[in-house]
Design a protein around this ligand. Structure first.
Ligand code: NAP
Length: 294
């Protein structure tokens, strides 16, 4: 299938490129090619390439910074996806878009299903929710929205990368939030799920995440154990209010992925397996080497 992907240099974009390039005719774009806020540039690309589907992995993803840059976050995450979806719909092209667990307020006492009411606590979540609504309105029949959570992988900022970078910089005592729970998700696994969703002909909204819900504190322990340095670090659990991040985050943003699993037959491997794969695959200069001794 001929595919056009936006955001190919991000965490998910890189993984999608690897996953889909072998089996599809994939054209990959990022900010260096054009800004997704530029509808004329996107329309010209569509008319030149004539893809059968567009995957939008481009987004404004800085959750804390979004609080002080609301116009920018809303323009990229809310307005642009609606226009991209409309341009696709008018050409009969499927529009695949990424959503986030941060559209939920975290007060539900169970994992979130696709049709649970959203209630974002921060600007990033609000911008992503508005993006979903705009995509559905612009292309009611020809969209696939995949919501995921707590991404990690090569080539971008993630919690895993932050922990390992701090360790490498000499930090040994980590204060980590222990009252937010979610499902860490490995970008290559999410990319595989998107490929399967595409092949299955899914339309509508689905949750996709690696199995295994943890708090950031628990996840930090797993990261250092997987890297073989757990004995060298002290991890101190703290409450969200103690951390004073600019953006509020949901206490429970665990996604229920049963709908996707039933529709495709694909259950992703647990995030602990994914973490081990990430550290092993990252190569000698990357996180896998942090436990190595000279
Ligand atoms: N990261 C997570 O934990 C997480 C969780 C749930 C859902 N998601 C969603 O998953 C998707 C992919 O996330 P990610 O973590 O892979 O993002 P990412 O690493 O931040 O990558 C996003 C890419 O989009 C590019 N981009 C930003 N603004 C653009 C614009 N105006 N025009 C064109 N390109 C632009 C970025 O370029 P620059 O780097 O040059 O700005 C970057 O290459 C997003 O929709 C995100 O909301 C992410």
């Amino acid at each position: 299938m001929k595919l056009l992907m936006l955001g190919c240099a991000g965490i998910l974009g890189r993984a999608l490129r690897k996953e889909l390039a072998a089996s599809h005719d994939l054209r990959a774009r990022d900010l260096v090619d054009y800004d997704i806020r530029d509808p004329a540039a996107f329309a010209a690309d569509l008319d030149r390439e004539r893809p059968q589907a567009v995957i939008n992995a481009a987004a404004y993803t800085q959750v804390d910074k979004a609080e002080s840059e609301p116009e920018l976050a809303l323009a990229i995450n809310a307005d642009a996806p609606g226009r991209l979806a409309a341009a696709c719909c008018s050409r009969n092209i499927l529009f695949i878009h990424l959503g986030t667990d941060y559209i939920f307020d975290g007060r539900l006492g169970r994992p979130y299903r696709e049709d649970d009411p959203p209630g974002p606590l921060n600007l990033y979540g609000q911008s992503k929710l508005e993006g979903e609504l705009a995509v559905r309105a612009a292309s009611p029949e020809l969209h696939l929205i995949i919501r995921s959570s707590w991404l990690f992988g090569a080539g971008g900022r993630s919690f895993v990368q932050t922990m390992l970078d701090k360790y490498r910089a000499g930090e040994r005592r980590f204060r980590v939030v222990n009252d937010q729970r979610g499902r860490p998700t490995y970008a290559p696994d999410l990319a595989r799920a998107i490929g399967v969703g595409l092949a299955t002909g899914l339309r509508g909204t689905y949750h996709v995440a690696n199995p295994g819900a943890v708090t950031w504190y628990e996840f930090a322990g797993e990261i250092f154990r997987a890297a073989g340095v757990a004995g060298e670090v002290e991890i101190v659990p703290v409450g969200s209010e103690e951390f004073k991040a600019p953006a509020r985050r949901p206490r429970n943003s665990v996604l229920d992925t049963a709908r996707f699993e039933a529709a495709t037959g694909l259950v992703l491997p647990p995030h602990r397996d994914a973490l081990a794969r990430f550290l092993a695959e990252a190569g000698p200069q990357d996180p896998g080497s942090i436990g190595a001794r000279p």
